[in-house]
Structure formats: C-alpha cells, structure tokens
Design a protein. Structure first.
Length: 350
C-alpha cells in the first residue's frame, strides 16, 4: 500500500466545462453584381488581410454603361445651359413688357427639370462606378480562406445563394463553454477583481492546446440543463484551435495560498463522515476525521484534521483498522510518496 506526506503549497481552483471553438467572424463572400468570373486571386487555405483582392468579375459591361451615363450627362448639361441662357433673356424681356410672366415661369420650370435630369445622370454615373468597384471583390476581414466554391469562367449573380468562398477569422478565436449555474455568481465576483485565465484542453482532456482569458458570461441560464454559457478569447497564434472543435475549458477561478494538500485517494468516507488513515510516529495508523475544502484533479485541500508533514495512507485502506501497524519503506520514485506494508497488531483484531 502507498502513503504520501501532506504538503503546504499553492492550490489552483479550476472550474471545468465542455466547450466549442467559435470564430469571432465568419464571412460568406458573395458577388453583388452579375457577370463572368474572370480571375481568382487567392489559393485555398490562404491567409488574407482585410482589403486584399480576391476575385475579379468582368467589368467591361459596367465600363460601357458608365460611358453611356457620362454621355447622357454631357447632353443634359448642354440643354440645361441653353435653358438657363434663355431664362435670363426672358427675364430681361419681361422687364421691358415684351413677354408675359407665364412664358418666364414656363422657362424656369424647364430649367428646373433639366437640373433634375443632370442630377439623375450624375447619380447614374456614381452607380456605374460603384458596380465597377463591386466587380473587384476584396477581403472584408482578415482570416483564412476555405475551399474554393466556384471556378473561373462561371457566371455569377448577385442573387446566387451559394458564396464564392468563406473567410474565417482564426486569430483571435473564441471558446464558448458551459458551467453549472451555481458557479456563475462566484465567477462573476472574481471577474470584478481582474481577468480570469482559461485553458483549452483536447477532447480527452489530456493535452493543453491554448491559454486565454474569460471575456464574459451570457445574460441568461439554460433552464433545460441548469448551466450558463461563458465566452473566452484565445490569441491562437499557432492555430491550435479550429472553429467547431470540441474542447475542455478549465477556468482558473483563484489560487489558494499555503493550502494543506494530500492525494484525493487518501480520502475515505464512512458513516461518521470523511476521514483518512494517518501514520503515527510509532508506525501505527489512526483514523483521523478531516474536512475537505475542495478537490481538484487527484489532489484534495484539507481545511481541518491534517497538518503539513503528516503521513497518510493512499492505497490499501481496506486492509487497515485503527491501530494497525505499518512498515514504511522509501519508494523508488522519490518525492512525497512512500510504500507501507500493513502488519497485524494485538489491537487491530486481525
């Protein structure tokens, strides 16, 4: 059977929950104009920056429409200029009493109509320039491009349901995980003191993937599960996290300083409460009631009953009773763990 020595150490308090990696931004890039896809300026899996050119749609129809709109504007501007000259002439003739007021008013209305036509022409020019801009699709965000969904030469339309490509932001990235609702008040209280660290572990909870910080707690609790959702942010510089990946999130709530810690395997439970088998200096064991503050992984923090340096039995407790004699031998692994062999004693009743 094994024994271990109670140690005085700092004990981190973690809250664990199952989480899902979520991208902060995911954009399905679609065309805003109709035309033939001429150029694809990206490679699948490429990282792009916001504003990088991705796709070129044939701009020639829009350039022709722009030239037509500019010609229409030139014509209407000439007509407006002529109408304004005539209006000035009519106003002079009106003062001399040569023409009636009605003719001047009609000419003024014509000037106003032509001014409206010029403004409409200018709006049409701006619209065609915008279509030319839309024919060159640039990256709306920085991120990683997925698989290409359409090939050059195909016709694309602004009404197409399928995107041309999808860009996903991977740096930074988020993890949304759940904790029991009873833990949320404590988490909220500790968040007021400063940022809380969150570690993301693999699905088997064995490999640490990344470290980040807690961003926020959701504003409601899921009544069906009695849990609340929390969101953590990770820099993800090495791209260890991917969207929709399942992870185990470990939230570091606090670190208890100078705590008395023993292996959780030493804790026994009986009708009279929680206890451990403590090895006394005369190599006999006694049943010692203890108060467990909390357990984390394979360690337990003891609030009462055990002091640093006390030796407790961690294995083979089913062979012991109060007063059983044990022989302590130094284990080969070193550290606080040692081996002990139980021997029958007169008071053990074995």
């Amino acid at each position: 059977m094994g024994v271990a020595t109670a140690q005085l150490r700092d004990m981190p308090v973690y809250l664990s929950g199952l989480g899902t990696v979520t991208a902060f931004n995911t954009v399905s890039v679609k065309s805003r104009v109709d035309g033939q896809l001429m150029q694809v300026q990206f490679k699948e899996g490429q990282y792009v920056n916001k504003g990088d050119l991705l796709v070129v749609i044939d701009p020639r129809p829009f350039e022709v429409a722009l030239a037509q709109a500019q010609a229409t504007l030139f014509r209407d501007q000439a007509q407006l200029k002529d109408a304004q000259i005539n209006l000035e002439r009519y106003q002079g003739l009106l003062k001399d009493g040569v023409i009636p007021q009605q003719q001047v008013d009609t000419q003024k209305a014509l000037v106003d109509q032509l001014e409206g036509a010029v403004r409409a022409d200018q709006a049409q020019i701006d619209n065609q320039k915008l279509q030319i801009v839309y024919s060159r699709i640039t990256a709306p965000i920085s991120g990683r491009i997925g698989l290409r969904l359409i090939d050059p030469g195909n016709m694309v339309h602004g009404s197409d349901q399928n995107p041309l490509l999808v860009i996903t932001q991977l740096q930074p990235i988020a993890v949304i995980f759940t904790l029991p609702e009873d833990n949320l008040p404590s988490v909220a209280q500790h968040m007021k003191k400063g940022p809380l660290e969150v570690d993301a572990y693999s699905r088997d909870d064995q490999t640490k993937l990344a470290s980040g910080t807690l961003l926020t707690i959701d504003n409601q609790i899921d009544q069906t599960t009695g849990t609340g959702r929390l969101k953590a942010q990770f820099d993800n510089k090495d791209n260890a996290l991917w969207p929709n990946q399942f992870v185990n999130a470990h939230l570091l709530l606090e670190t208890q300083k100078n705590a008395t810690v023993i292996p959780a395997a030493a804790i026994q439970r009986g009708p009279q409460g929680t206890f451990v088998y403590a090895v006394k200096p005369d190599k006999t064991v006694e049943v010692r009631p203890v108060t467990v503050a909390f357990s984390q992984a394979n360690l337990s923090t003891i609030a009462q009953g055990i002091s640093p340096g006390d030796v407790v039995v961690t294995d083979g407790q089913d062979k012991l009773q109060a007063g059983s004699r044990v022989e302590v031998r130094t284990g080969g692994s070193g550290g606080g763990n040692r081996n002990a062999a139980a021997q029958n004693s007169g008071t053990a009743g074995q």
